[in-house]
Design a protein around this ligand. Sequence first.
Ligand code: SAM
Ligand code: SF4
Length: 449
Amino acid sequence: MTPQLIHYATRNLPRYTSYPTAPHFTDDIGDETYSDWLAALPAEARTSVYLHVPFCQAMCHYCGCHTKAVRRPEPVAEYARTLREEILLAATRLGGRRTMVHMHWGGGTPSLLDPADFQSLAGLVYEHFDVAPGAEHAIELDPRTVTKALVASLAKAGVNRASLGVQDFNPKVQEAIGRIQSYRLVVNVVEELTRAGIAAINMDLMYGLPHQTAKEVERTADLTAALAPARIALFGYAHVPWMKSHQRLIDAAALPGAVERIDQAEAASARLAAHGYVPVGIDHFARPDDPLAIAAGNGTLRRNFQGYTTDPADALIGFGASSIGKLPQGYVQNAPDFGGWRRAIEAGKSPIVRGKRIDREDIARAEIIERLMCDFAVDPEAVFTRHGLPAEKLTEAYEALKPLISDGIAVQDGAGVSVPDDRRIFVRLVASAFDAYLERGAARHSVAV
Ligand SMILES: C[S@@+](CC[C@H](N)C(=O)[O-])C[C@H]1O[C@@H](n2cnc3c(N)ncnc32)[C@H](O)[C@@H]1O
Ligand code: SF4
């Protein structure tokens, strides 16, 4: 690894789960604009629904998600009641049913919802959306909070994909990250889900955590592969204590350095490949027969706020505090604080506090960045031409690419830009060359690898 590559690996860059990225949303988008956008959503639009549950039983020290710890069930029950109101409000504004191709419960820990509340919220969504044949209904679960009653309720509500937070099986690492979770516990949850017919399982692993070594990350990868989940995500720990103050509980001195992080990512990837998993994008692996692996192979892989997906939706409607939605006109984000979110809904308004109207150039740049993040190759000029934009607008991007090309991270072949196979972990740098909003050199994001 050359010093220049190490320098690239430590650059702070967005993860490009959207473009423009969330820090560029502004507060001129609110309830009124969102109402208009919902009402204008064509009847035939394929819609995706996201429900955010921002509660956990305790905070894991590393967590970068929008969530908080709750000890009692009451705040979660109250949250479920407000979610109900929010769904009803959006349904009124949509003014008619839409087809739902994808439903996703994220968090936080949606498995903290009372099984009856889960059932009734899912039922309410079904009352207002027509479920497309083959639609995916997915949920993120903390294995430590999964009960038999919850699994029964998930199966009854039609959940067909579950994602489990695993991170690392090493007790020393688990202690350092404040998340103790035995292998046996994970095995039991997998068995329970499979018995209930929820056989499409994803597991989240992490590298770059305190006290992790390449050997130990490999061991976790082996143990995980032995459970044969359909998908495995391997996330690099984003240490951003200036944004997430509880991450100060992580001993920064025990964190692996840039070279070690790359070694860990590569070691785990090699183990997963040896177990027959196909790499998908920068941080996912899937069994070859899984729809995500198939999409990665045929150019239909997508990237959205939940990461890599096969979700083909034209619109994403988000519910819950901090949720982000996307309509053909642009992005919207709900109030991140529980109080602000609830007050708006109680006043009969959508809790939108920020957003971003997108124009033709934003859409074209988003497509270039998405194809790079998914396929590691794109023809930027062809994308601009298809959107009726002059190729000259890409001059600055090609300038920004030059040093990446000379350092072997990007390759330019005619108008086409690609990332060599052994440099894929650096793709965020290549994508950032097409980001017209990026304040180059700004340290607002996590490191690139
Ligand atoms: C919402 S959680 C998954 C569900 C459940 N809350 C759990 O933890 O079991 C989403 C995933 O994001 C990843 N994650 C959380 N904080 C992160 C961070 N700071 N850097 C990278 N990945 C992170 C973890 O792998 C975690 O499993
Ligand atoms: S990793 Fe999951 S369980 Fe842990 S605090 Fe974050 S959202 Fe909650």
